[in-house]
Design a protein around this ligand. Structure first.
Ligand code: PEP
Ligand code: MN
Length: 338
């Protein structure tokens, strides 16, 4: 159950919250369009909802029709805006993230970071722990890669986005990163999702390879229900019968999730297409569909990349995309005002 409260008097609000504490009711509280909304996460078996009526702040008890609750617009209509060291994502705030698939060495990372910065990216991505299909493929540099990411990002005034693959390496990844990426293959790793609830850093949750939109939102629900409300969704394509692209990027999902959820969602056309020539048009399409950010894989020499070379942009393509992205964002603003 959920309750809606007036937010005009702190004393009245405090009285009701104290009542919840006294009755051992666990809750999750947010501000939404000048109201306080409270999700009652644990209610004792014998509890009379009429007892709320005596409180000045109380407006109504309501229910949410969807399976996902805290991520839904039924619970919170206002867009969630996440502030990461002064860089915002959500609402009208767009976040551009670029970098190699894997951190290979410090020098390559530094060249890509400088390029990313000059092209308007605010965050540097790169995997230090890589979930590879083959055990014989490059698995990432581990902590050495995390150190390079932190150093290079700091030198270039960028945020770090990198993947945590399991509960064991989560604390280590947290030490170095600003945003924790949870990869497609881990979208339904529920023990990991629960642990992310305790983490004080935003989570970039990628859609699973064959996850429905409902399942995707339910995974975000796990993280929020366990205490971390800073979740950024990432549409990175799903597996379909199509074989000419690595995945099929689900543009529908971007527009639909914007309707269904207050959380920011970004587009990753690198994994969504698997083909560098498609990254520009599909990124721009995702932006028009409403994405709150874009993530792209970039490499100075993609033919020699240790992972995901075929989908990595070279510097010239990255420059072109970045120019068009800026124009597309302006165009989107115009469309909104039509
Ligand atoms: C990546 O971002 O390099 C990656 C492994 O992504 P995904 O989990 O979407 O495959
Ligand atoms: Mn990759």
């Amino acid at each position: 159950m959920y309750i809606k409260l007036k937010n005009d008097n702190p004393v009245n609000l405090r009285n009701l919250l104290t009542f919840l504490d006294e009755n051992s009711i666990k809750y999750f509280k947010i501000l939404d369009e000048n109201y306080i909304k409270i999700a009652l996460l644990y209610i004792p078996k014998i509890f009379d909802f009429n007892s709320f009526k005596k409180f000045e702040a109380f407006i109504e008890v309501f229910d949410i029709s969807k399976q996902y609750k805290l991520v839904s617009r039924e619970f919170k209509n206002q867009d969630t805006i996440i502030d990461i060291k002064g860089h915002k994502i959500g609402g009208d705030n767009f976040m551009y993230i670029a970098g190699p698939c894997s951190v290979e060495n410090k020098d390559m990372l530094n060249k890509i970071a400088q390029k990313a910065k000059s092209n308007g990216a605010v965050a540097l991505r790169g995997g230090a722990y890589k979930p590879r299909t083959s055990p014989y493929d490059f698995q990432g540099l581990g902590e050495e890669g995390l150190k390079y990411l932190r150093e290079v990002a700091d030198e270039n005034n960028l945020l770090v986005v990198t993947e945590a693959m399991d509960t064991e390496n989560l604390d280590l990844v947290c030490k170095y990163t600003d945003i924790i990426q949870i990869g497609a293959r881990n979208m339904q790793n529920f023990s990991l999702l629960k642990k992310l609830g305790d983490i004080n850093k935003p989570i970039l949750l990628k859609r699973g390879l064959s996850a429905t939109i409902n399942e995707f939102l339910m995974s975000a629900e796990y993280i929020i229900a366990h205490g971390n409300r800073n979740v950024i969704l990432c549409e990175r394509g799903i597996r379909t019968f199509e074989t000419m692209t690595r995945n099929t990027l689900d543009i529908n999902a971007i527009a639909l999730i914007k309707e269904e959820s207050h959380l920011p969602i970004i587009i990753d056309a690198s994994h969504g297409t698997g083909k560098r020539t498609l990254v520009e048009p599909i990124t721009l399409a995702g932006v028009i569909a409403g994405a709150n950010g874009a993530m792209v894989e970039v490499h100075e020499n993609p033919e020699c990349a240790l992972s995901d070379g075929p989908q990595s942009l070279n510097f010239e393509m990255f420059d072109n995309l970045s120019k068009k992205l800026e124009k597309t964002l302006l165009f989107r603003k115009e469309l909104k005002n039509l």
